[in-house]
Ligand binder design. Structure first.
Ligand SMILES: C[S@@+](CC[C@H](N)C(=O)[O-])C[C@H]1O[C@@H](n2cnc3c(N)ncnc32)[C@H](O)[C@@H]1O
Length: 245
């Protein structure tokens, strides 16, 4: 086991570490509105890797089920879901800064407060900040599909990543994925099916009907416009399965 907290830290110390990331840092300017929203709200809702392992009851000032959304884009689903479920708390993670700004603008407009945001790589946040067995739901909607075969290794949904999610989700908690790329849906299904600590919530053993609580994002509409289908997957954690097998 490496004693480095991240690949960056190891690289800074002169160690060569091969990392495959699920994203490419995109340049993107913040609009004035996004920058102002970040300045106003970040002290209240912003979290960083420096926060270290979080005490979620302290972070939210109460004990409530926590949903983690990875790659929230412009934050539409995060804000709408947080507004529709005031009895839950939400953590969003996004690497694209204008997305973080747009999310904070939308949250401010909607008067939503039961959420916190990381502007970081979700893999590092999971490893460094999220306590084990603390999440009730992890959702990843329309993750980058990395269409070309030689880029498939960049897809965020991989066996190791799913193991990390299971470690962070409480027993009975749910992983909810959605994609408009059929080949990625098949890959997701294969990876989740291969994990004995997960049970598919689909009655047909593959995909679930579109859940009503999942808001439609720009990405989904764009996909629909191109005639793409949409595949939702929901799997429940069943950690006692490890004891059985
Ligand atoms: C195709 S977009 C979908 C955005 C949004 N979920 C939607 O449905 O509109 C995928 C998003 O995931 C983000 N992303 C990819 N890998 C990530 C990672 N490791 N950590 C955090 N965000 C990530 C990208 O920056 C991008 O905004």
């Amino acid at each position: 086991m490496s004693h480095f907290k991240s690949a960056e830290e190891a690289a800074a110390a002169g160690k060569y570490v091969r990392t495959v990331r699920s994203f490419v840092k995109r340049e993107g300017r913040l609009t004035k509105g996004q920058a102002a929203a970040i300045e106003r709200l970040w002290p209240t809702v912003g979290l960083t890797l420096e926060n270290g392992r979080l005490d979620l009851a302290m972070v939210f000032g109460r004990e409530a089920p926590v949903t983690l959304e990875i790659g929230f884009g412009m934050g539409h689903s995060l804000v709408e879901m947080a507004a529709n479920a005031p009895e839950r708390d939400f953590i969003g993670i996004e690497v694209h800064e204008p997305g973080v700004g747009a999310c904070l603008m939308a949250a401010e407009e909607a008067g939503v407060e039961n959420f916190r945001v990381f502007h970081e790589d979700a893999v590092e946040v999971l490893k460094q900040c999220i306590p084990d067995n603390s999440l009730n739901c992890v959702q990843i909607f329309f993750p980058d599909p990395w269409h070309k075969k030689r880029h498939h290794k960049r897809r965020i949904v991989q066996p190791e990543f799913v193991k990390l999610l299971i470690q962070k989700i409480e027993t009975g908690g749910v992983i909810h994925l959605a994609t408009d790329w059929e080949n990625y849906a098949e890959h997701m299904l294969e990876v989740l099916n291969d994990e004995p600590r997960l049970t598919n919530l689909s009655s047909s053993g593959d995909y679930v009907p579109r859940p009503e609580n999942r808001p439609k994002t720009k990405f989904e509409r764009r996909g629909e416009g191109k005639g793409h289908g949409v595949w939702d997957l929901q799997f429940k954690t069943n950690k006692s399965a490890t004891l059985l097998g």
